[in-house]
Design a protein around this ligand. Structure first.
Ligand SMILES: *Cc1c(COP(=O)(O)O)cnc(C)c1O
Length: 225
């Protein structure tokens, strides 16, 4: 039994999302029972950030769950998730992109990815600065990678109380998305995802053009590490 009202919180979040914004339920550090509760309500997209934890969940939970990898991914771990992962959200180097392409090819599939932006003021966060992101795309090598599909951008805003700062960071990401869309992906309808918004800031993120929110704590309660 789950002693936390996952159903109630999940439905509250879902009813607050406008049409066209999808929910990635972030289930890291939460046991299978919590995921099953959300699954029973119809939720199918879940996000995890650790390869081993994800592997255990994949083996024991329903096979029609769409798993997003949202954490920092080491290149040597790509091979483990390549057979089944639906989307890798936090690609922050050409090296990682090439490894995903290689492992996807081995599995005879195409893996959807997002490029992770670093806009937040915290120095600890991973991701590409806007300029590094521009350079990666201008360089053009990604065009040769037939087994990855770049579907948009992902970012985390600074973890601060200042709503203006958060909003401004989402806004920078949104503008960069529009710029890159026009420059490189005008003919690529799949380049359409803006993954921003977590428990504390997803309402702002939605106002700033998010298409995909990644929410954990609000749905499942505090994580037990
Ligand atoms: C953990 C995590 C989330 C969810 O955070 P909550 O505050 O629990 O909603 C979203 N995105 C990423 C990248 C995460 O690591």
């Amino acid at each position: 039994m789950v002693d936390y009202d996952v159903k109630g919180h999940l439905n509250e979040v879902l009813s607050s999302l406008p049409q066209g914004v999808r929910l990635v339920a972030i289930s890291k550090y939460h046991p299978n029972e919590y995921i099953e509760e959300a699954y029973a309500e119809g939720q199918r997209i879940f996000g995890e950030s650790h390869e081993q934890e994800l592997r255990q969940k994949v083996e024991t939970l329903p096979h029609d769950i769409l798993w997003h990898f949202i954490g920092h991914l080491q290149t040597n771990k790509v091979k483990y998730i390549a057979p089944y992962i639906t989307m890798i959200e936090a690609v922050d180097s050409l090296k990682l992109l090439k490894e995903i392409d290689k492992q996807a090819a081995k599995n005879e599939r195409v893996i959807d990815v997002l490029l992770e932006l670093h806009i937040a003021s915290e120095e600890t966060k991973y991701g590409l600065t806007p300029d590094a992101c521009r350079t990666l795309l201008a360089d053009g090598e990604w065009r040769q990678l037939q087994h990855v599909r770049i579907c948009g951008l992902m970012m985390m805003a600074s973890y601060v109380d200042d709503e203006q700062q958060i909003r401004q960071e989402f806004h920078i990401a949104r503008n960069l998305f529009d710029e890159l869309k026009a420059e490189y992906f005008a003919d690529a309808p799949w380049f359409c995802e803006r993954s921003w918004g977590m428990s504390h800031d997803y309402r702002i993120a939605v106002e700033e053009g998010s298409t995909m929110v990644r929410i954990g704590t609000t749905i499942f309660g505090p994580r037990v590490y």
